[in-house]
Design a binder for this molecule. Sequence first.
Ligand code: AMP
Length: 215
Amino acid sequence: MKILMMGPPGAGKGSQSAKVVEHYELPSISTGQMFRDAYNNNDPIGIEAMKYIKDGNLVSDDITNEIVRLRLSKNDTENSFLLDGYPRTVAQAAALDVMLDEMGTELDAVFNILSSNDVLFERMEQRRVCKSCDTTYHLKFKIPKIDGICDVCGGVLYQRPDDTLESVKRRLEIYETKTRPLLDYYEKKGILFHINGMQPFDNVYNDIELVLRDI
Ligand code: AMP
């Protein structure tokens, strides 16, 4: 199973991806997460990437394609994986096609998680993330038991530097201009599935699962 999760920032693709990955035991390839991990480890790629991330801009296609290429060259992604947040530009989609071609494979399904801008802004403003295990909380709907502390691992919760109002606006603009055109690209391949992301979490997941059962 080789799947791709798409959707504007805040649509819930990260949380849904985490559940799919756990349930189907898929290797997860999240470029945003790889950049954040590299930054937390003081890796030069992470430090370079954070310059773009904190303002809500995209990291260059070259850097992004390269980290995905390295990740896909590992053995565990031979039969299955879930891509979360990559590709985000037409150039990245073309680069991914070349990588998959070289692997002799292709994507089975692309999910587009839909949401309104009001919901997206609200979600990102209220989002807090664990610095250690990346579990996501919402200050109204998924409240940590102890304020500022992760229920899962006891790590410190923080607001991502790219979840500020200015940064979120920029990310949505970029999504519209650079990422949305990819939907056509995958629609034409006949592998695009639209999912209503404004339902309760479990209903969104059920809709994704209905598709996954058939592929
Ligand atoms: P995410 O965790 O998917 O929301 O990604 C966080 C940030 O990492 C994005 O706002 C971008 O700045 C950067 N990023 C993640 N994936 C990509 C990508 N495929 N291309 C360029 N930048 C990316």
